[in-house]
Design a protein around this ligand. Sequence first.
Ligand code: HEM
Length: 134
Amino acid sequence: MEMEEQRSDISNLDDIKLLVDSFYGKVRQDALIGPIFDREIGNNWPTHLEKMYRFWQTILFDAHTYNGRPFPPHAKLPIDKEHFERWLTLFESNLDAQFAGPVTEEARFRAHKMAELFQIKLQHIRQDPFRPLL
Ligand code: HEM
């Protein structure tokens, strides 16, 4: 007999930790974007992961544990369309391998929106670095 698929939705902080840890585990192994993260983050992975738990907790559960500004750390990175596409591919395959449901769909939607917004902002600064960012 075939096993029924039993993915449940993202429903608590432990789920978010699992999502974030497994995603960045894959990111670090990726030949295209892994080195960019590792060069910037160096020994600060635990801090970055903590920040990302808070970020997703704030977005998905309306728990206001993140109050940073997501864009500035990306402003000077050598990232383009292909890097964002890879980021999203890894994010979605990792997401779908573990979770399913409305909160999962919200995570997918927000990841795409942020990637889109970051690319618009990057294009804007690269056109004219002296124009104010925000
Ligand atoms: C290839 C694309 C990307 C690269 C290379 C990248 C890389 C980075 C790096 C190096 C940092 C700074 C880490 C640190 O020093 O703590 C960072 C922070 C962050 N990234 Fe990305 N990122 C990418 C795409 C995205 C996307 C699509 C999202 C959308 C969810 C995102 C969300 C964030 C957030 C929320 C922070 C923390 C900002 C803060 O408060 O300091 N990133 N990212």
